[in-house]
Design a protein around this ligand. Structure first.
Ligand SMILES: NC(=O)c1ccc[n+]([C@@H]2O[C@H](COP(=O)([O-])OP(=O)(O)OC[C@H]3O[C@@H](n4cnc5c(N)ncnc54)[C@H](OP(=O)(O)O)[C@@H]3O)[C@@H](O)[C@H]2O)c1
Length: 307
């Protein structure tokens, strides 16, 4: 029998892709957003007990990294306290909790890809609240998959890809930081990897112990925001001019940007500090689940082609 999956956060970048792909794995229940708010733990308890899922997939989060510095209580309620409630309920039901976390649990002082068990040290409120969410899940004793990803974008929602395209229709020069390294990851690839992991998990015979715990799930390769912005403009320029998605992303205009200038993080102060290096090693995912996400540039091309 297919497992019942409760999907929380289905309107987000990753959640939207999960809603499309998880039916491959099980019977997906997507609660009406108006019926629950992660700021209210009792909503969550009631929802989980009512659905009685075999798997809870939590793609919801407070993801406004800079605003979190001003709203630490809200970020903590959504990123730490709500996952703690999900974990407690999962433990009671003997359900698997799938939860997403972030490269921002690290401070970026390392110079080679971070492994899952490298020491954490978040530099901002968002990273701190996400790390505390991870800790609450581990401490609950529930069976879990914590999937840390990074630099997430999609062809909808709020993200760097759409911001760059909007600005490209407004400015001749874009000034973008080039001293933060990471791996831009398409939400659809995160959803695909999740579905593959859950299929494997569901197929494991009772009594065996499938691999759970924490995994890094990011695109292959490494880049910086400046190079990513340049790649976005190069790849967008190859799309047919009549592409309705591109037209909307450019707010009906065309690309007028002539120069993408690299700048330093120090030249672009933001309320939240970001790690200078947040490349995650995906070796555990490859060794355990035989999964490897495509290179970041190939993901970008595929995302634009899908739009
Ligand atoms: N975005 C990134 O660059 C990035 C990087 C690393 C890791 N991650 C992690 O990846 C996961 C998915 O991120 P994403 O970018 O897909 O997120 P997103 O697009 O910002 O979507 C967030 C989701 O959370 C829901 N949500 C927020 N507050 C809620 C509340 N009070 N009650 C119920 N639902 C609420 C939103 O629903 P409404 O819109 O209806 O409120 C939305 O469905 C998160 O765990 C995030 O921390 C993201």
């Amino acid at each position: 029998m297919k497992p019942r999956i409760l999907l929380i956060g289905s309107t987000g970048q990753v959640g939207h892709e999960l809603a499309g792909i998880l039916p491959r794995v099980g019977e997906v229940i997507v609660p009406d957003r108006s019926a629950f708010d992660l700021m209210r733990p009792s909503d969550l308890t009631r929802l989980i007990q009512h659905v009685h899922p075999r798997m809870i997939v939590n793609a919801a989060a407070y993801t406004a990294v800079d605003l979190a510095e001003k709203e630490p209580d809200k970020a903590r309620a959504i990123n730490t306290e709500a996952p703690a409630v999900m974990a407690a309920e999962a433990e009671k039901l003997n359900a698997l909790l799938v939860h997403y976390s972030t490269d921002y649990v690290f401070d970026g002082s390392k110079e080679s890809p971070y492994a899952e068990d490298d020491p954490t040290h978040p530099l901002n409120v968002y990273g701190r609240t996400k790390l505390d969410g991870e800790i609450a899940i581990r401490n609950s004793g529930c069976e879990h998959l914590i999937l840390r990803t990074a630099w997430v974008y999609a062809t909808r929602g709020k993200n760097f890809l759409l911001t760059i395209l909007r600005l490209a229709s407004q400015r001749e020069e874009l000034r973008i930081v080039s001293d933060q390294l990471g791996a831009p990851t398409w939400a659809r690839e995160i959803a695909r990897a999740t579905a593959s992991m859950l299929e494997r998990y569901a197929a494991v015979a009772a009594g065996d112990s499938p691999a759970t715990g924490t995994f890094h799930v990011t695109a292959g390769g490494t880049t910086n925001w400046h190079a990513f912005a340049s790649a976005i403009l190069e790849e967008a320029a190859k799309l047919p001019g009549a592409n309705p998605w591109l037209n909307a992303a450019l707010s009906g205009g065309s690309i007028i940007t002539r120069r993408v200038t690299p700048i330093m993080t120090a030249d672009y102060p933001t309320p939240a500090r970001r790690p200078p290096y947040s490349v995650l090693s995906n070796q555990r995912l490859a060794a355990t689940y035989r999964l490897q996400l495509p290179e970041w540039r190939d993901q970008l091309k595929a995302a634009l082609a899908s739009a």
